[in-house]
Design a binder for this molecule. Sequence first.
Ligand code: ADP
Ligand code: MG
Ligand code: MG
Length: 871
Amino acid sequence: PKYVYDFTEGNKDLKDLLGGKGANLAEMTNLGLPVPPGFTITTEACRHFLTEGRLPEGLEEETSRHLSALEAKMGRRLGQADDPLLVSVRSGAKFSMPGMMETVLNIGLNDESVHGLAKQSSGNERFAWDSYRRLIQMFGKTVQGIDGELFDDALEELKAGRDDLDLEAADFQRLVETYKGIVRDQTGEDFPADPHRQMHMAVEAVFRSWNAPRAILYRRQERIPADLGTAVNVCSMVFGNCGMDSGTGVAFTRDPGTGHQGVYGDYLQNAQGEDVVAGIRNTLSLQELERIDKPVYDELMQIMATLENHYRDLCDIEFTVERGKLWMLQTRVGKRTAGAAFRIAVQLAEQGLISMDEAVTRVTGDQLAQLMFPRFAGDADAKKIAKGMNASPGAAVGKAVFSSERAVELADRGENVILVRRETNPDDLAGMIAAQGVLTSRGGKTSHAAVVARGMGKTCVCGAEELEVSTQDRSFTVPGGVVVNEGDVISIDGSTGAVYLGEVPVVDSQVVEYFEGSGDHEDELVRAVDRVMRHADGMRRLEVRANADNAEDAARARRFGAQGIGLCRTEHMFLGDRRQLVEELILAETDAERARALEALRPLQQGDFVELFREMKGLPVTIRLLDPPLHEFLPDCTDLSVKVALAGDRADEKDLKLLAAVKRLHEQNPMLGLRGVRLGLVIPGLFAMQVRAIAEAARAVEGTRAEIMIPLVAAVQELENVRDEARAILAETGVEALVGTMIEVPRAALTAGQIAEAAEFFSFGTNDLTQMTWGFSRDDVEAAFFSRYLELGVFGVSPFESLDRDGVGRLVRLAAEEGRRTRPDIKLGICGEHGGDPDSIHFCHETGLDYVSCSPFRIPVARLEAGRAAL
Ligand code: ADP
Ligand code: MG
Ligand code: MG
């Protein structure tokens, strides 16, 4: 295969092969924008390298051929002593992973060509030595695996408090020697002087960086598949670090925080590469760039307009100015906050750039879920201690911590923390994931903290400059003398940038208010959400129901747009004071005692159902008969044994009986024990009591559409028994109701054709189905070994979170098909946690289910994703 593509050969649709950066560099090249020439080595080459442990046959040769062509075009050779061509070697995967992988700039410099570079830039020695020391630093860290702090410390020592702009050629020349010494110390070899060797080593290092721990962590967090690999871009260098008429910057074609129109960005004079996001000096705004260099600014504006029209979306860009000449180094469709995503999608649709269908595909259920998080109450300002930039919205409250490790440590103990740093870097990723929010004192909206937090939907306030952060003392101070130490609670508002001392109370989001029916419809965000939701509802085929077992949840679900209840768990109705009655049922020794206990429970059950049916009038309500093992209603065995033992001879008669029952009901493996339909078959009258309560309640509330659901069925015979009993009661009371079953045991899925003879509907209980199909207990395994499994790539995401399409999904498909074959009008739904998970909802749509059921708060998310699935 062809492993190397010139920038002129690719285009934006080749992201799988060329990575996002490479594909978009090619696209910009084709658009005639000023991109420094170069070429891209494909992700396929990387995958080969990662799986085989060596580069594909012929790759070096193919790369060298493209390099020769590049040299011919540029009129100079890589590292040529008197007039060197320099290149950058840049990672770039299909999905952007900001700062997670590696890039090496200024490749081709050595003790000879550094003089050539100085000559090229009319004797700018400072620039040449600065570039050379940067090469050794980046190469040492990235390619040779040397601890970056060694280089950073040497630089700090050399600066001795000076600004980097105060450093002179001689300083950098000295630094080059120091750096070379570090390389020699750490690797036992000299820094490689041969330009070609530099390039090939850097290419391999970029390939390897795909599996750097932080890249793995980021992919897991963002659910990016682990086996895609990265492309490598070799790009001729342009220089932002050769004087004050040069510089480097990043920009967005709209505000990624709010979605508002108007360009937005940061610029840094006399700087290279990451300087602008690393917070080494305060950056300038684009408005200031206009003042500094109007022609460059005008050209940049024009290019940004071109890009936004071409991609029909918000773009972010990286650019460099080399002595008054503008160069484009990167663009991509930019990450944005959830609110901005909705606003931008609707704005673009209203401008006619995209259709409403497309607008709906451009927002996600996860983004909608983020907009439903609470925000701070309006009167919080009393405790405000600082203000930074509103980098990523949300309201976060937690204990201040000052290192990634501490954040992880406290979060593991179940504490909420806010990670406070001067600025973050990719090594802080674990802490950022663990924290409720991130607060930095340096860096703008394009800083690492801001970009990564936005990507994760994590609250972030950045660049709060009043903060004096001391990592060493684990504290920060603000003017006025407030000191916040590790463990002190702070609150940060990512929507306004405010930082508060102490815990600030939170209120509902305006989007939740909108779903509740009380929102401000003039609000731009609410209006955008409303337009998207209407369109999604119009497109979707799947119905959305709620899992709810009390009137309050049912009412909320209905306001949020639920079209019925897909799962009402009756065991929740057996708790509290009613436990007593359940105990009596379990302890009953005669039929009469049992009947009495059941008769006491029935009116209570009936009352609950009446309330539920009232709320859901006209809509279907699926009620699941008792499911959990009975011991769940009894006291804990150890507690009770202790109580009985302590009481000795004076032990309560009832406690003794209870203890005997607890021991009798004890199961090694309760999830596979006496529960669900098995209870119905073993305890006479239990299910009959529940069905009667349902029937009487249905009779009492006009417009009720009850559906009776039998859990844990594995064989049609089990279901037939319970169904016949239920049918008899329904006939007797003159109530119409569907009788159906859950499909949650693999055998039920495998014999769905038979089971459908006795079931009017199937509801896939994918929690149990997942645990029984994989053979692992949901309550135990997640803590025990899931992280190892994720690491090993056994699965990319927990199968309890997102439906395992290959295994569990196959059972669902099979059961749906066979069920329909037996009973063409059988109703099919899903009521496991997966009913609210975006990817699983798409699966349900593709499988032809009739509805998904999820918790009330997930209803809007499910509606949106069901709409997106249909597009
Ligand atoms: P990332 O994926 O982390 O953004 P990049 O490959 O974009 O990494 O490179 C990091 C920085 O180096 C960017 O700011 C970019 O502008 C700069 N850079 C990369 N290649 C060149 C080049 N050929 N000339 C000048 N600057 C470059
Ligand atoms: Mg970049
Ligand atoms: Mg179940």
